[in-house]
Design a protein. Structure first.
Length: 333
């Protein structure tokens, strides 16, 4: 082949390549232009009536209107949210399966269930947006001699290992938060696992246990009724939704933070423009007065984020809680 023939062949291939590239650039991203054309499933890995379920339903209605298709909440509870989270992570990444879950399955579960979890939060799921945050509340019986956090810590120091606290199971935020307090305050308490926060509430009111870190949606009605006492919240800043309840940080434990959060994810590989569309929709929905009101009733503060911000938060929280889990030498495999 002559040099001219070789050059002409390269030019022809270049033109063909440019034409092909142009066609690809002009073509719409897979599933984006016409998505959605059928109902979208929103998986919640907790039971109906739980706070994640209530948040999901508050979001599903306006999201349905925005997308022009029904957004159907499907509850898949079990294993502290791990079962439903794993189910969503294995779904087809086509934008028709969303997941609303809490921090446990995304932050602490990979360390607690190293061999049996069945999914990797950072590689099997793509973040859409944070939905909202809520502090936990440290509560004691209303007739407890401890009226402040300082007095509770002193009470525990005066009776090493004698005070009990309720949790919703080893490795839960109610357990790890108290383990962090034990470490920072130099106290020893006894964990009593329960099946749920309602059972913990009953035991605290009866005086069967002496304390617990609880979700405010369950704790505060009893606090307001004078049946339990709130000593502290676990956010770094005070909460407008919990006026008069001081933070742990303001009572001698700077940096003490143990918040609950909910966020929305999709299976990894979902088209980027669908992710962007969902992020925009969720951000706008979280600003709606009706949604903000429903979230406030659960003591949640709306907190939209970018996907990158959510990923960074998960990574940072994992480092912090891995240290607590390692200190406890805790594994749930």
């Amino acid at each position: 082949m002559t040099g001219f023939s070789t050059l002409r062949r390269h030019l022809n291939l270049s033109v063909l390549g440019m034409a092909t590239l142009g066609a690809l650039l002009l073509a719409p991203a897979a599933g984006a232009a016409d998505w959605p054309t059928r109902p979208v499933q929103l998986v919640v890995p907790f039971p109906a009536g739980s706070s994640p379920d209530t948040l999901a339903r508050a979001i599903a209605e306006p999201l349905s209107k925005d997308l022009g298709q029904p957004v159907v909440v499907e509850n898949k509870p079990g294993a502290g949210g791990n079962i439903g989270t794993r189910h969503a992570s294995k779904a087809k990444p086509d934008g028709y399966t969303l997941l609303l879950t809490i921090n446990g399955p995304m932050v602490t579960a990979p360390t607690l269930y190293k061999n049996t979890l069945g999914y990797d939060p950072l590689t099997d799921l793509d973040p859409i947006s944070l939905v909202g945050t809520s502090p936990n509340v440290l509560v004691v019986p209303n007739d407890s001699p401890a009226k402040t956090l300082k007095e509770f810590v002193q009470l525990a120091k005066d009776q090493p290992g004698a005070l009990n606290y309720g949790t919703v199971g080893p490795g839960s935020s109610s357990h790890l938060g108290m383990a962090m307090l034990e470490h920072e305050a130099g106290i020893t308490l006894q964990q009593i696992p329960y099946t749920g926060f309602p059972q913990i509430t009953t035991s605290i009111i009866a005086g069967d246990i002496q304390a617990g870190f609880m979700v405010p949606g369950v704790a505060m009605p009893q606090v307001n009724a004078g049946k339990m006492r709130a000593l502290a919240i676990t956010s770094l800043e005070s909460s407008e939704l919990l006026p008069g309840v001081p933070t742990m940080a303001s009572q001698g434990y700077p940096g003490f933070e143990s918040i609950s959060w909910d966020a929305i994810f999709v299976p990894a590989g979902t088209p980027a423009d669908i992710v962007k569309r969902l992020n925009t929709s969720i951000t706008e929905i979280l600003a709606l007065p009706d949604v903000k009101k429903k979230m406030a009733s659960l003591y949640f503060t709306p907190a939209a984020s970018t996907p990158a911000e959510l990923t960074a938060m998960i990574k940072a929280e994992k480092v912090r809680w891995d240290e607590v889990i390692s200190r406890l030498n805790l594994s749930l495999d």
